[in-house]
Design a protein around this ligand. Structure first.
Ligand code: FES
Ligand SMILES: [Fe+2]
Length: 348
């Protein structure tokens, strides 16, 4: 006889995803915070509708736990941290790094029952990010993209606090890999209206996603901090790591490499926290603020477009919407998401 299947975890309260999609998404790893956001105070975040509390123990380990006190359902974000423990604001119950309740102040002689334990989640700190997985398989290592430049001191990483957009993560990532829109919505930054034709390009399957190279003769206003020529050739190399992370290397020649990372983390079905950050190996004298302002101006051109897309969910059946040659990367992405049982099926 087969052993009984393990009981499925309940979905988060008010889960906005269809159950099958939530369970498929929950198996993957997502950034939930930058490392420098989790210092000496707990940080509240939401992943796939699951409220989380993140904090750092005295030995610098990050703990990711369900943000809800088991006693009377008060979020721990309202409390505080003492040593390696979280203290609930309402009646002072304390929880240790393994989630176990360690103390009930109103009844200190009561042995704390084992079931008084916060659910904790698998997390990994890498590349200046804290990654978490709600339904990790303890038998499998965390599957996180390979981004070696972020461990190379020649590259300086820069980021702002991660914004939330009213978009699905799939639509946002597809916008990041869309090479056909530069000459249209980005004319306030690097878009060159004189270059509307998208030349054919190859989409190469890799063990975890796709590799695409695409050259673009970009506009080069002074704010780009890339010299005085009116245009500049961006040799763009995308490495997408399924389901929802992509590194874009922009090579300007002479070994000058500017990296742009996009990892949209689903907060809920139509709300996404965007881990968008940059790293580069040249011109370290240019202030990070100036470079981030330039990237933020580009993002500000994308945001209203992506937030306006309907349906909000990424249609993963290729019979939906209309595809042209320049969408080759997007159609491969959609098919891969469908194979992972992610995204919406409107024609089903
Ligand atoms: S609700 Fe947290 S201690 Fe009572
Ligand atoms: Fe864009």
């Amino acid at each position: 006889m087969n052993p009984p299947a393990p009981a499925l975890k309940p979905l988060p309260r008010h889960c906005t995803f269809p159950e099958a999609e939530w369970r498929a998404l929950a198996r993957h790893w997502y950034p939930v915070a930058y490392s420098d956001e989790v210092t000496d105070k707990p940080l509240a975040r939401t992943l796939l509708d699951q409220p989380l509390i993140l904090y750092r123990t005295t030995n610098r380990q990050v703990v990711v736990a369900h943000d809800l006190c088991i006693h009377r359902g008060v979020p721990l974000r309202l409390g505080w941290q003492e040593g390696d423990e979280l203290v609930c604001a309402y009646h002072g119950f304390r929880y240790g790094a393994d989630g176990r309740c360690t103390r009930i102040p109103a009844q200190p002689d009561l042995p704390v029952p084992k079931k008084l334990c916060l659910e904790t989640y698998a997390s990994v700190e890498r590349y200046g990010l804290i990654w978490a997985c709600l339904a990790s398989d303890p038998a499998r290592p965390a599957v996180i993209p390979d981004w070696p430049e972020l461990e190379d001191p020649a590259f300086k990483m820069m980021h702002d606090p991660p914004p939330e957009w009213d978009v699905t993560a799939g639509r946002q990532l597809e916008n990041f890999i869309d090479v056909g829109h530069f000459s249209w919505i980005h004319t306030g930054t690097f878009g060159n209206r004189g270059q509307p034709v998208v030349a054919p390009y190859e989409v190469v399957r890799t063990p975890h996603g796709f590799h695409v190279e695409y050259p673009y003769e970009a506009a080069n206003p002074a704010a780009s901090a890339l010299g005085a020529s009116p245009t500049i050739r961006r040799w763009m190399t995308y490495d997408l790591h399924l389901p929802l992370a992509c590194r874009l290397a922009v090579d300007y020649g002479g070994g000058r490499r500017h990296l742009i990372f996009d990892a949209p983390t689903p907060v809920s079905r139509r709300r996404t926290r965007i881990f968008f950050f940059i790293a580069r190996n040249f011109d370290h004298h240019v202030p990070a603020r100036q470079l981030l302002d330039w990237e933020n101006a580009i993002l500000a051109e994308d945001k209203p477009i992506v937030e306006s897309q309907r349906p909000e969910e990424l249609p993963v059946d290729l019979s939906e919407e209309f595809h042209i040659r320049s969408d080759r990367f997007a159609t491969q992405f959609r098919s891969a998401m469908k194979a992972l049982e992610l995204g919406a099926h409107y024609s089903a």
